[in-house]
Design a protein around this ligand. Sequence first.
Ligand SMILES: NC(=O)c1ccc[n+]([C@@H]2O[C@H](COP(=O)([O-])OP(=O)(O)OC[C@H]3O[C@@H](n4cnc5c(N)ncnc54)[C@H](O)[C@@H]3O)[C@@H](O)[C@H]2O)c1
Length: 455
Amino acid sequence: MPPSPRQTLESRIADGTAVVGVLALGYVGLPLVRAFWSAGLRCLGFDTDPAKVEALNRGENYLKHLGGDFAVQMAASPRFEATTDLERLAEADAIVVCVPTPLGPHHEPDLSFVRQTARDIGRRLRPGQLVVLESTTYPGTTRDVMLPALLAAAREQAPQTRPPQPVLGEDLLVAYSPEREDPGRPGSSTQTIPKLVGGLDEASGAAAVALYRHAIAQVIPVSSAEVAEAAKILENVYRAVNIALVNELKVILTRMDIDVWEVIDAAATKPFGFQAFYPGPGLGGHCIPIDPFYLTWKARELGETTQFIELAGQVNTKMPAWVVQRTMLALNQRGKAVNGSRVLVLGLAYKPDVGDVRESPSFELIGQLQTLGAEVDFHDPHTPVVPPTRKYKQLEGKRSVPLDPETLRGYDAVVIATHHTSYDWPLIVSHAPLVVDTRGVTRTVTGDKAHVVMA
Ligand SMILES: NC(=O)c1ccc[n+]([C@@H]2O[C@H](COP(=O)([O-])OP(=O)(O)OC[C@H]3O[C@@H](n4cnc5c(N)ncnc54)[C@H](O)[C@@H]3O)[C@@H](O)[C@H]2O)c1
C-alpha cells in the first residue's frame, strides 16, 4: 500500500526533506525562517510586501537587530527563496503562519490577517500538509477560526483539482505554536527559546513537534492547541499586570520621595518569590499592550470579565500623561511654561536597542507635549525617521536630531523615554538643562543632579 498523505509528511519531516513555508516575514517570521534554513531545511518565505521579498532575495536583512550576514548566505543558497507568489504554497509540506494580529478600533481582535491567510492556504491545499499558526491570539482561534477557513477555502478549489474533503490528522495537520521572540534581548534567539507546540489532534501535534525539533533546541509538546494559545496569553498578561504594578508603585513612591528603582533592586535580593519588573513611560510594542485584550474580548463572549487585564491597561495607558505632568511641573519650577518650551525626547522605540516603534509610548509623550504647545524633537539611533503610524500622522517623516552637547544645551527639557545602550548618560546629564528620567538610568551618574527629575 502506498504511504498515506500523513505518512509521507511524517517521513519528509523525519528525514529533513520537508519544505517549510513561512508566511509573513516580519519580526517573528524572518528569524523563524532563518532558524529552519540554518537547520538545513529547504525554505520558502512568503510575504505580501514585495519590498521585503526583493530585499531578502538580494541578500539584504531589513531587521538590523538580527545582525550577521545571514541574509546574504540565504539569498545565495539554493535552499531559500522569498516570494509573493502564493501559488507556491502548494510546494510547502509545512506552512508556518506569522501574520499580524492587531486590535480593531474598539479593542476587538482583528483576525482578518489570519482568516485571509487561511483562505490563501486553503485554496491551494493539497493532501499531507501541516499548517501551524504562530500569531498571538485568544484560545480557540486555531480550531474555531483557522481550521474552518482552511476547509471552506479548500472546498472552493476548482472541481478538477479539488481534493476530497480533507480529514484532520490525515490529509491536513494543524497546530499552534506561540512565538516567544523578544527582539533585541541579548543571549536569546529563536533557536534557544523553548517552544510550546499543541496540535488540533495528536497526529498534528506530533508532526509539528517533529518539525520544530529540527530548528529549536527545546520543543515542549502540550496537550492541545488551546493550551499553547492560552499559555502565550498568560505570559503576556503576566508581564502587563506586573509592569502596571511597578508603574503604579512608581507614582506613589515618587510622591513619597522614595526611589522606586532602588526599592525594586532591594526587593530583588530575595532569592525566591519575587521577580523584578521595571517601570517606564508606558507600554509599547506589538504584544503586551495588545494580546491581553484578545482574552478580554473572548471572556466577554463568555459573560466573564478580565479585571486584572483591564486595570493593568488603565494604569499603563496613564503613564505618558504622568510623565508629561512631571515634565510640566519641573519646567514650572524653573519658571517656564510647557507652551513654547523646547523638549527633546530620547528614544522612539518602545524598548532599548531595537528600531521597533509600534505602539511606543514615546509617540504619546510627544503628542501630549505638542498638544500643550511644546516644540518637540526626538533622537533615536535606530529610527532616524518616524515611519507611518495609524495615530500620529503629524509625526510621520520627522527626523531624529543629532545628540551632542550643543544640541542638548538647546532644549529646555530632555525626556529619557528609551534606554538605548548607546546613550552616554553622563554626557546627557552634564549638558541638558533639565532631565526627565523615566527609566532610572541616571541613578548611576555621579556629580550634580539637581536638574534631574525621575518620572
Ligand atoms: N514582534 C514580536 O516580538 C512578537 C513576539 C511574539 C509574538 N508576536 C506575534 O507574531 C505575530 C506577527 O508579529 P510580527 O511582529 O512578526 O509582525 P510584523 O508586523 O513584523 O510582520 C508582519 C508581516 O506580515 C506581512 N503580511 C501581512 N499580511 C500578510 C498576508 N496576508 N500574507 C503574507 N504576509 C502578510 C507583512 O508584510 C509583514 O512583513 C503577531 O501575532 C504578534 O502578536 C510578535
